[in-house]
Design a binder for this molecule. Structure first.
Ligand code: SAM
Length: 285
């Protein structure tokens, strides 16, 4: 006899406890995806037997999750800030940590001015689209070296009707000729190639070029910071996400490049994760 939806969900949650920090949520989201039912409909229909098709679809999704594939890649979406983004294995899955960078940008930059802001290494478009959604007057430009990532980001922009956001393919700031901005924001790759976290099953599913940077994880941060004075307007700000042990190195880079008001801010978990600087203008050596 077919088990009912509640039983399927509970059994799956028990099996997922070994691979997931949130097994109950994962089991529910997978069952929603397999049945096409919303969370509320699943509660209402909990006592009904799963059809053969539903059970087979659910088993397939559950097996993928049990091998460590991230939930977001299996169901194809993830929540970020106030948006639901589509994601594929071509892009990093946006993390709640990165919302700290978004919140700092929203808090520090003039909400009502028509600011020009560039998001370097946009991936799924997470940062650029969250900012464009929250600040309709800002002009957002999003870049990535990966064409596949840009496809994903542009698809999200269209779905979310954030059509004003522009996209450019290229390497960090060299993609932008002599253009200057009121703010540069970025969550670049910053994991040391030798970091043991890269062996985690979940990270193994994400694109390595989105995670890893040479020079102990600092190479891309350094490229961005060195070029920033050539691309910021006087009074412009830079906000960079980085690893929790990289704050001192990133602050030193920002100071050396001539930025002022250099500081590091903590994420929701209390870890130092976003460093910022202000470009007063002047000579670039
Ligand atoms: C850590 S992911 C961040 C993605 C997205 N901004 C987010 O926060 O979810 C870094 C992104 O930088 C892009 N990237 C890597 N090297 C790059 C380069 N040299 N120039 C521009 N983008 C690059 C990757 O393709 C990836 O999308």
């Amino acid at each position: 006899m077919n088990r009912n939806l509640d039983v399927l969900r509970r059994e799956a949650a028990a099996r997922l406890a070994d691979v997931s920090d949130a097994p109950d949520i994962d089991a529910r989201r997978l069952l929603e995806h397999a049945t096409g039912l919303s969370a509320t409909q699943l509660i209402v229909n909990g006592q009904r037997a799963a059809s053969d098709d539903e059970r087979q679809r659910f088993d397939t999704l559950l097996t993928r999750r049990l091998t460590g594939e991230p939930l977001a890649y299996i169901i194809g979406t993830v929540g970020f800030h106030e948006l639901i983004l589509q994601v594929s294995p071509d892009v990093l899955i946006p993390r709640p940590d990165t919302e700290t960078l978004v919140e700092l940008a929203l808090a520090r930059l003039d909400a009502d001015a028509p600011l020009s802001v560039v998001d370097l290494g946009t991936g799924s478009g997470a940062i650029a689209l969250a900012l464009a959604h929250a600040r309709p007057r800002w002009q957002l430009l999003a870049t990535d070296a990966s064409f596949a990532a840009l496809d994903c980001a542009q698809h999200n922009a269209r779905r979310l009707r954030l059509d004003k956001v522009q996209f450019i393919q290229g390497q960090w700031l060299s993609a932008l000729a002599t253009q200057r901005f009121d703010a540069i924001v970025s969550n670049p790759p910053y994991i040391d190639p030798h970091d043991r976290h890269l062996l985690d099953a979940a990270l193994g599913h994400e694109p390595r070029h989105a995670l890893v940077a040479e020079d102990g994880g600092l190479a891309d941060l350094r490229r961005i910071v060195r070029a920033a004075p050539y691309h910021l307007r006087p009074g412009g700000r830079i906000l960079l996400e980085h690893g929790c042990d990289q704050g001192p190195a990133v602050r030193a880079m920002l100071g050396k490049a001539g930025l002022d008001d250099v500081a590091t801010h903590h994420d929701l978990g209390g870890r130092p994760r976003v460093s910022v600087g202000l470009w007063h203008g002047g000579r670039v050596d």
